[in-house]
Design a protein around this ligand. Structure first.
Ligand code: PBG
Length: 326
């Protein structure tokens, strides 16, 4: 008995109150950003086959959606547009009357306090489905930067609070920062998808956003999944270029990257709990072997515990409801 350990870690686990007292990680609706797919038309609330519970919304439904998000205490939304017209250069992405610009304007009119983030990428807008423009068979970095900058300025003109470049072009943050500052948008923030991996977990999103590449894949610009030190280089570079918030994406298979990034950098860190992660949890929840609320809460808690300050998640609304009810 004499050398029985003095610490008995179970002491702090013997009631809800005691567990609560020593709980290290708390999740809250204020941690979340909710992604939304916006489409043309009126009265459209089109279920996305690959993402149960998620819809493509027309602007009238968008107004209702953001009111609900506001009421839940979720501070921001991340907008993706589904244009009615695609071309080789994705020019609809920087049309002042494009779907994303209309969506930004309407949210800023109806829910001005909600933080509006807009995805800056071309894949939803190009006929070929790549994130940049193609020259001689490759996605050509530097000419793409000019177009991405036009997209960001156009979104900022419409009222976006944060622009979020996700194309994984080198120099995209610096290029956006210069263009925003030159056009009087020095207060518009940049959340960069800094360490964005070429992941199979984006499959369901590409159905939702109608953005699958027609040929090839994105491995020539998105990161290679086995690499983590390279993620730190990407993040370091983006911070140097002026990113206000950096991101690791996806989240679940990359919790190590989130944890290391949290240790190494001071900037706010976002994690994107992507479409495939959402679909897996939803499908698992439908079986009798999982309690959906509990596995989803555990997943979100894990992402927060790993070090994410901001969690972009399709689960944001349901988790916020559970948190409010509990
Ligand atoms: C656009 C973009 C993608 C996602 C966010 N922005 C798709 C891609 O890179 O193919 C994926 C989000 C998700 O899977 O939820 N480039």
């Amino acid at each position: 008995m004499s050398n029985f350990p003095f610490p008995r870690l179970r002491r702090l686990r013997n009631s809800d109150a005691m567990r609560g007292l020593v709980q290290e990680t708390h999740i809250s609706p204020s941690d979340f950003v909710y992604p939304i797919f916006v489409t043309h038309g009126r009265g459209v609330r089109r279920p996305i086959e690959s993402m149960p519970g998620i819809f493509q919304l027309s602007l009238d439904y968008l107004i209702q959606e953001v009111e609900e998000i506001n009421a839940l205490g979720i501070p921001g939304v991340l907008l993706f547009g589904i244009p009615d017209r695609k071309d080789d250069e994705g020019s609809e992405a920087h049309s002042p009357t494009g779907i994303i610009q209309e969506a930004i304007r309407i949210i800023k009119q109806t829910s001005p306090d909600l933080i509006v983030m807009a995805d800056v990428c071309l894949c939803e807008y190009t006929t070929h489905g790549h994130c940049g423009i193609i020259r001689e068979g490759v996605v050509d970095n530097d000419p793409t930067l000019e177009i991405l900058s036009q997209v960001a300025v156009c979104q900022a003109d419409a009222g976006a609070d944060i622009v979020a470049p996700s194309a994984m072009m080198d120099g995209q943050v610096a290029s956006l920062r210069l263009a925003l500052d030159d056009s009087g948008h020095e207060t518009t923030s940049i959340m960069s998808y800094s360490a964005k991996y070429a992941s199979s977990f984006y499959g369901p999103f590409r159905v939702a956003a109608e953005s699958a590449p027609q040929e090839g894949d994105r491995r020539g610009y998105q990161m290679d999944p086995p690499n983590s030190r390279q993620a730190l280089l990407e993040i370091e570079q983006d911070i140097a270029e002026g990113a206000d918030i950096v991101m690791v994406k996806p989240a679940l298979a990359y919790l190590d990257v989130i944890a290391t990034a949290r240790e190494q950098f001071i900037s706010p860190l976002a994690a994107y709990n992507v479409s495939g992660e959402y679909l897996m949890a939803k499908l698992a929840s439908e079986t009798k072997w999982f309690d959906g609320q509990r596995i989803i809460t555990e997943i979100i808690t894990g992402i927060k515990r790993a070090g994410a300050d901001i969690i972009i998640s399709y689960h944001a609304k349901e988790v916020s409801k559970w948190l409010i009810e509990s």
